[in-house]
Ligand binder design. Structure first.
Ligand SMILES: C[S@@+](CC[C@H](N)C(=O)[O-])C[C@H]1O[C@@H](n2cnc3c(N)ncnc32)[C@H](O)[C@@H]1O
Length: 215
């Protein structure tokens, strides 16, 4: 098997990467390391890293297959401003980037933003709790947490297609499902992450941008 065989493809990436990039260009700090949680195939990572040259991109995923795919995409595009993917499970109480060895090499370019696309509805609610707790621990004041995915608003689906998708997710795993944005915002607030902006995105998704507030 060649390294290229490890590259995985998520067709939605081709459709959503440009609208997501538009938002990232507006909200991400101009420098520092962007920690991507649940990078999946790595297609977003190589695309965003190639467009955000002032940042260093740090992809992560809990899945070994995903990390192999990220390595393969990174080698394919010969990206320079992207780290090797790290194993990171958001539910862990201490993330790998908080450990001493990582904090040493992150010293020169500290994490200023966290990006998480299409994870919190395809994982148990505990993953959302872990994500917010980690973002609250790691982000500096003024740091950005960017979320992308489908959400309920006011407890209601925003489109029939999201209701169908929600049923599909719950049939895969009863702990998965489209989250209610108010619940996500409440968990974030407890970690001193306040909503900065919400943008409607294609295919009935939302971009939700949080900023780390003062203690
Ligand atoms: C639907 S994929 C999205 C991947 C990519 N962000 C995208 O939009 O194409 C969900 C990803 O979440 C990852 N994931 C699920 N639970 C996780 C956890 N507890 N910690 C970190 N990643 C997790 C999975 O391994 C998978 O790669």
């Amino acid at each position: 098997m060649t390294i290229q065989d490890a590259r995985q493809y998520a067709p939605a990436t081709d459709r959503n990467r440009e609208p997501i990039l538009e938002v990232l260009l507006k909200v991400l700090p101009g420098s520092g390391t962007v920690l991507e949680i649940a990078s999946g195939t790595g297609e977003h990572a190589v695309y965003f890293a190639s467009k955000l040259k002032n940042c260093l991109w740090l992809p992560t995923d809990v899945s070994p297959q995903a990390r192999a795919s990220i390595v393969a995409w990174t080698e394919h595009y010969e990206c320079k401003n992207i780290y090797s993917p790290l194993e990171l499970d958001v539910k862990e109480p201490v993330w790998v980037v908080e450990k001493q060895t990582a904090t040493q090499w992150l010293n020169t370019s500290p994490i200023t933003a966290i990006v998480n696309i299409n994870m919190i509805h395809i994982s148990p609610w505990s993953a959302c709790l872990g994500l917010m707790a980690g973002a609250g621990r790691i982000l500096p004041v003024g740091g950005i947490l960017y979320l992308y995915g489908p959400f309920k608003q006011g407890g209601e689906h925003t489109a029939p297609s999201n209701a169908v998708f929600d049923e599909y997710l719950r049939a895969q795993n009863p702990e998965w499902g489209v989250r209610n944005l108010d619940d996500v915002i409440a968990v974030a607030k407890a970690e001193r992450l306040v909503v900065k902006q919400i943008d409607k995105m294609p295919a009935n998704n939302l971009s939700v941008v949080f900023e780390r507030a003062e203690k």
